[in-house]
Design a protein around this ligand. Structure first.
Ligand code: 3EB
Length: 328
């Protein structure tokens, strides 16, 4: 294990994880006290070899692309363990793994290995409650019916997590990237205290989806209240009502339905309506040609909300957009 230690301490009483988008040099953000993770976007090389840095394989429609910064009120340590990168501080844990399917035999085996390794690592940490997971894989909609790569990914994810989430699934996102098609990226946030799962009364819980959506239902909760119960980590949310996709081929209607689902989650979590400047959202857009319309919608319907537009495929072909993020 290779490690690093950030000795600066900023002992605020509040137990908090702060997530925001920031412009600026990665080296400066990494040097700030309490930096737990720094996410870059697009195909460019990672900003740093620091284990807290992850270059997400999704291109952004925002230029210049900001960085996503996770900070905690505590000293942070970090390191590597095999293919896994991690950082920890203040009761929080960031862990990330990137695997090449060509080395592990396809999407099922690769997802399984990624989840086995994350499980093995997190299980030996104090912060063993996984709250939120992001999954980015290539060519997610490639293959027909049960042979679709997303469905193979769901099989492997379920096999690799085993009974680790027996108490309930974390909140999650699964999106297709347009980078190197065989690269699987999985990263997560865990804590030394459990969160509280939140479901959406407008939607069938994903793990109860009927068979038509695949052999292995997707294993995620719609949202997770972080342990201090003041921040909601919101899973990938799209125009799914009940278990069906709504508004095929209608971008604006899918965006409006997605906002209804986001509002339903806030209500379900007991939070006030609406998003503001403290609540960073990611908007995944399937077709580059839709980006300008999505941006216009976001400016009109989510004014002042920090948003990052990313080029990504949603796991159901008919879905054109998906939104995830944080509600502070
Ligand atoms: C949906 O509502 C859209 O497989 O982890 C959203 C969030 C979706 C997470 C996952 C899938 C996942 O079913 C798809």
């Amino acid at each position: 294990m290779q490690g690093c230690e950030n000795p600066q301490i900023d002992p605020l009483p509040r137990r908090a994880l702060q997530v925001c988008y920031r412009a600026g040099a990665a080296s400066a953000l990494l040097a700030e006290p309490g930096t737990l993770a720094l996410l870059g976007f697009g195909v460019s090389t990672p900003a740093s070899t620091d284990p807290r840095c992850l270059q997400v394989a999704l291109e952004t429609f925002d230029a210049p692309a900001p960085l996503e910064l996770w900070q905690v009120n505590a000293p942070v340590s970090c390191g590597r363990d095999g293919a896994l990168c991690w950082s920890a501080g203040g009761g929080w844990l960031f862990a990330a793994i990137e695997l090449d399917e060509r080395e592990h035999g396809g999407p099922t085996a690769t997802a399984r290995l990624a989840y086995e390794q994350l499980h093995r690592f997190v299980a030996m940490r104090e912060a063993r409650h996984v709250l939120r997971v992001w999954n980015y894989l290539g060519a997610i909609n490639h293959g027909e019916g049960d042979a679709e790569r997303y469905k193979h990914f769901c099989d492997g994810r379920a096999a690799g997590m085993g009974d680790f989430f027996a108490e309930g699934f974390p909140a999650a996102t699964a999106i297709g990237h347009h980078g190197d098609g065989r690269r699987l990226q999985v990263y997560l946030l865990a804590s030394d205290q459990p969160g509280m799962r939140v479901e959406n009364p407008r939607q069938v819980s994903a793990w109860r989806y009927p068979r038509q959506y695949g052999r292995t239902p997707p294993s995620f909760a719609r949202a997770m209240l972080l342990p201090a119960q003041d921040v909601l980590a919101i899973s990938g949310t799209a125009a799914v009502v009940g278990h069906a996709s709504a508004h095929q081929d209608d971008l604006n209607a899918q965006l409006e339905e997605t906002l209804l689902n986001l509002e339903a989650l806030l209500a379900s979590a007991g939070m006030a309506t609406g998003f503001d400047g403290q609540s960073p959202l990611k908007i995944y857009v399937r077709h580059g040609a839709d980006a300008a319309r999505v941006r216009a919608f976001v400016q009109r319907r989510l004014p002042g909300v920090p948003t990052l537009l990313l080029h990504g495929d949603i796991c159901r072909r008919e879905l054109l957009v998906e939104i995830d993020g944080w509600r502070y």
